[in-house]
Each structure stands twice: as C-alpha cells, then as structure tokens.
Design a protein around this ligand. Sequence first.
Ligand code: RP5
Length: 170
Amino acid sequence: MSKPQPFVAILMGSDSDFPIVSAAVEVLEGFGVHCEVRVTSAHRTPEATHSYVRDADTRGCAVFIAAAGMAAHLAGAVAALTLKPVIGLPIDAGPLAGMDSLLSTVQMPAGVPVACVAIGKAGAKNAGYLAAQILALDDAALAKRLAADRAASAQSVAEKNRNLQQQLKK
Ligand code: RP5
C-alpha cells in the first residue's frame, strides 16, 4: 500500500480566527503544501475536535496547527491526542490582546509539547513556515523552495538598505 500524502491540519476555535489563520494557509499553499482547515473548538466541540485529530492522524497528517483566542486550550487539547508536532497559534481575540491566549497556549506541562509561535499575523505566517520546514525534513524539493524563499527575503532586506542609504545621501 502506498504511503498517504503528508498534509498539515489547521484547526481554529472559531471562524472569527480565520482572518489571521489565513496567513498560515497562504504560506503553506505558496510552498505547495497541502492543508486542511477546520473550525473546531476545545471547549465548544470537544468530541468533534477529538475525532478530527484522531482521523487526520491516521490519514497522514504530519503537523497540526491549532489557533485559538482567549482561554486558548485548543493546541494543548490537540497535543494530548497525537504524537505529531503541534504548533500553537495564539489569537488576539479579547480585551487582553492575545496575552491570555499566548500564556494558555505556551504553558504546557512537561511531556506534552506545543511549539508556540507569536500572537497574530506574524505568528500565523511562522506557523506556516515552521510546518513546511518540518515537512521538508523528508522532502528535498520543499527544502529547496524554502531555501529560495529565505534567500529572496534576505535580498529584499539588502535592497531596502540600499534604498535607505541612497535616500540618506540626498
Ligand atoms: C476562542 O474564542 C476562539 O478561538 C476565538 O478566538 C475566541 C472567540 O470566538 P468567537 O466568540 O468569535 O466565536 O475559542
């Protein structure tokens, strides 16, 4: 039997998280990484979250990304159900500006790790990059695309610096 195609499963606690989570989807799609996106909550739909994680695990999910705001327990709940890497993405969804979700996501007890990225859009992009880098451990073509992206990013910084130096000379 052929090995199932590895994919990234992205879970979010609410559809209100999607404007941020979409940045992770864009990064993954940009690298040609297949992902599934589901709204499922640790608190509001615990059974559905449980069944989805178990099912995705058996279908070839290689990395989970779990995004949630407020008392954000989704990443931890996912990590409790799988040995695949889990990336937690804290969302700024309430009056505490994401500090609540950051601490709820990152402060996991020993033995059940969650790799927590930054709050918000930069974190969402990095969740996509990190998931792609994990998949690239076993995919040389993907590793090449990631290296090219990193080189392009360095070039763009160098160009911004050249432009600034030109302006400062005037
Ligand atoms: C969390 O509560 C969700 O992940 C979302 O960030 C936050 C608010 O959810 P909604 O009330 O907008 O559905 O569980």
